[in-house]
Design a protein around this ligand. Structure first.
Ligand code: ACM
Ligand code: ZN
Length: 758
């Protein structure tokens, strides 16, 4: 017999289905509290009722169905309540008034993760067809509780019935532990964040060019050598997860409904492994663990002993990770080494492979068969679709949404992570909350059977610029927008999402000590620019959140000056190297930045160009080539100008005739970005700006195949005693990109940051 006030879920549903929101027993007859249901992701349906449930201390959680997993979920709820001062007991049996009831009920929702949460004045009931649904219902309940730390006595939850189910089964986030290391407790904290917002996959990117992060006892140098790199400033950086760390994270995640999908990258992004065991690469050369960002040429050589090594690594991986899915990378694999490797070429002939792309497909196919034999499914980045794939391979699409459609039409399952929507490692000024919120993993125009191949999606936190210091700022709030995009069906309402974010999620996150970043501004932006008043280059600082500071040295050695505030510019008036570093609450934020101002007779002098640079690469404006500032190997650092096709021709006016000893053109080569050194660099001098005398031409022997970006200076020495007022320079572009280049037939770019006159 029912006792008053404890409507079992089925009854609650019946009452409500009839549309008869009768006053619930025990509801206050006076003014009902205004319901504030601020759940993220937005549930399918939220029906408020009069009255409220008052959470009493002690709390009793009743398991209406015997189940070990339910008991585990109840224990989680207990862990979440106890810090607020509640005493919690978990019992099996008959619910009473005021209890929180967890139960398995087939009718409580449709699908393995569906649930119904009923809050009534007499009790709370979370019911679902499966335990995972109950977990998500409990996470919803957790969001209805006040932020931990608020007075335990006064907690009242407005009566409501929430029915909910996810749109997609694969709701993931990628954590790149390779480029920066995130200690296991930081990973667990992230898992907790995922689970709160009903994300259920942690894609743990464990190996990279810049670091190998997982212990493999059979191959100890992976962590003795490969987990450590020497930074550009000489410091040693690194870390790795022990087997015990991994087991603990996996268990922690499992309890919270999160599957950990490990990623072991191959054949590319493997410099750290090759640094540990040089015979894994084609050349056998000793190379260091990478300490810059980018795509590197050294990749696994597909020899038998490499596969024996990878089998050992994957053996360990399948022992540690129960996930049915194992990610093996496959993205961004330069083929330079394979083209030049006798063993690779012999293998291609033996296997009848026509080119290196087919060799990569062969590589992935072999790994796919190994995984299938071990009961696992291969997941790889969308480059793996360039060749034949195991039919059960899952393709993680990162390049664009058109590829999602294409891959589903090939009949493969897809995890959608297009960089223009889900790469939340991009600065929030560059990929805004609104853009992430608008993400739909299923591109328009897919037929239903194609759309069914879209398992879900992932938000990525690639960690070139992310460390534990700014992790929260980058992940939050955009991760929550992503969670809603993956979970919630029906129309999106950004304004309503923002309201739930500010009123519901943010206070709770703040009480956890999580920092919430900006939604559409950079956390810290340092933009080089030219100031015509001081006639010098500088860096304008834009600070996006409180707590961010910038320290810099003005002469390369002096202690840091006080932080500039928003909109300030740091001016570089004299030659030298200036170093800048952002901080968040005292912890370094992103990479340090160095700007070198070259001594040059041309510094600050006006010049004319025959052809303006591409508007895509404006540098610091009209004085880029004489501002003194030398760029880095990053063509996007704001100090480079680019021309695609024409000669670079400039005439610099030094202002007065003066002694000169050399003229130097500074150029970038970044072959993968279609930027090649000019073929030559010619200099003329003039005393009147109209009659020119040739002073010489510089050439170089740098091959266009050299893949890693580098800066190269072409210098024309001048005869002793030379004087001039005007200097004319011309750099001839490489011309059309050669046949082996992916951009073959298109003109190469010239990139220049400076013309230096000595
Ligand atoms: C990727 O961003 N290279 C997967
Ligand atoms: Zn090879």
């Amino acid at each position: 017999m029912l006792r008053p006030g404890v409507a079992p879920l089925a009854l609650v549903l019946l009452l409500q289905a009839r549309g008869a929101p009768a006053q619930q027993p025990g509801a206050a007859a006076t003014t009902p509290p205004t319901p504030t249901i601020n759940v993220v992701p937005r549930p399918d349906s939220v029906e408020p009722w009069p009255g409220a449930f008052v959470l009493r201390n002690p709390v009793r959680i009743v398991l209406a169905t015997p189940s070990r997993r339910l008991r585990e979920i109840a224990a989680l709820l207990q862990e979440w309540l106890e810090p607020s001062g509640y005493r919690v007991t978990v019992v099996h049996g008959t619910p009473g008034r005021g209890d929180i009831v967890l139960g398995l009920e087939r009718a409580a929702g449709d699908g393995p993760e569906a649930y119904t949460l009923a809050v009534a004045p007499g009790g709370i009931r979370v019911a679902a067809p499966s335990p995972e649904g109950v977990l998500w219902g409990v996470q919803t309940l957790r969001q209805l509780l006040p932020p931990p730390g608020e007075a335990a006595a006064a907690v009242s939850i407005p009566a409501v019935t929430i029915r909910d189910a996810p749109r997609f089964a694969w709701r993931g986030a990628l954590l790149d532990a390779g480029r920066h290391f995130f200690p296991a407790p930081v990973v667990e904290r992230f898992v907790d964040l995922l689970s709160r917002y009903k994300l259920n996959v942690l894609h743990w990117h464990l190996t990279e060019d810049q670091g190998w992060r997982i212990e493999v006892p059979k191959w100890p140098r992976l962590t003795a050598v490969g987990a450590w790199r020497i930074e550009l400033d000489g410091t040693r950086y690194g870390g790795f997860y022990t087997l015990a760390d991994v087991r603990q994270v996996v268990a922690y995640a499992r309890r919270r409904g999160v599957t950990v999908v490990p990623e072991i990258e191959m054949p590319g992004h493997s410099v750290a492994a090759i640094a540990s065991y040089p015979w894994l690469g084609c050349t056998g050369d000793s190379i260091p663990v990478a300490n810059t960002w980018g795509v590197f040429q050294d990749v696994y050589c597909p020899r038998e002993r490499t596969f024996a090594f990878l089998d050992d690594v994957l053996d360990e991986v399948v022992r540690l990770f129960p996930s049915r899915y194992v990610h093996v990378g496959g993205d961004e694999v330069p083929k330079d080494r394979w083209r030049a490797c006798a063993d690779c070429q012999a293998l291609m002939r033996a296997e009848g492979l026509r080119n290196e792309e087919e060799l990569q497909a062969w590589f992935m196919g072999r790994i796919g068969r190994w995984l299938a034999a071990h009961g696992r499914r291969l997941v790889g980045w969308d480059e793996i679709t360039a060749g034949p794939l195991p039919s059960d391979a899952v393709v993680e699409v990162w390049r664009d949404t058109a590829t999602i459609a294409q891959v589903t039409r090939q009949g493969h399952d897809v995890v959608a992570a297009p960089e223009s929507f889900t790469y939340i490692n991009r600065s929030p000024g560059d990929l805004t909350l609104a853009q992430v919120y608008a993400f739909d993993p299923v591109p328009a125009g897919l037929a239903p059977q194609e759309a069914a191949h879209v398992l879900g999606g992932e938000a990525t936190l690639w960690s070139e610029g992310i460390t534990p210091a700014n992790f929260d700022l980058m992940a939050i709030p955009r991760l929550l927008a992503f969670a809603e995009a993956l979970w919630t069906r029906g129309p999106r309402d950004l304004a309503d999402f923002r309201r739930r974010l500010t009123e519901g999620a943010e206070p709770r996150l703040a009480s956890l000590g999580a920092a919430v970043g900006p939604e559409d501004r950079d956390i810290l932006r340092m933009t080089p620019g030219y100031d015509s008043i001081s006639n010098s280059v500088g860096i304008r600082v834009a600070i996006g959140v409180p707590g961010v500071a910038v320290r810099y040295t003005t002469d390369g050695s002096a202690p840091s000056a006080a932080s500039p505030v928003f909109g300030d510019s740091i001016r570089f008036a004299s030659a030298g190297t200036y170093r800048l570093q952002g901080f968040y609450h005292g912890q370094p934020l992103g990479d340090p930045r160095a700007v070198t101002i070259a001594p040059s007779l041309a510094r600050g002098r006006p010049y004319t160009l025959t052809t303006a640079p591409s508007p895509q690469y404006p540098g610091t404006g009209g004085r880029t080539l004489t501002d003194g500032a030398l760029g880095s190997t990053n063509l996007h650092d704001g100090l480079w100008q680019g021309w695609q096709g024409p000669n670079l021709e400039a005439i610099v006016d030094l202002g007065a005739s003066q002694p000169v000893t050399a003229v130097e053109g500074s150029f970038l080569q970044d072959a993968r970005s279609w930027v090649l050194l000019p073929r030559d660099f010619t200099v003329w001098l003039s005393d009147d700006g109209s009659a020119w005398r040739a002073a010489g031409t510089a050439t170089h022997d740098q091959p266009p195949e050299r893949g890693d970006p580098f800066v190269y200076r072409l210098s024309v020495p001048l005869p002793a005693g030379a004087r001039t007022r005007w200097v004319k320079v011309r750099a001839t572009p490489y011309g059309l990109l050669p046949a082996w280049h992916p951009g073959a037939g298109h003109p190469a770019w010239i990139f220049s940051d400076e013309i230096v006159v000595r």
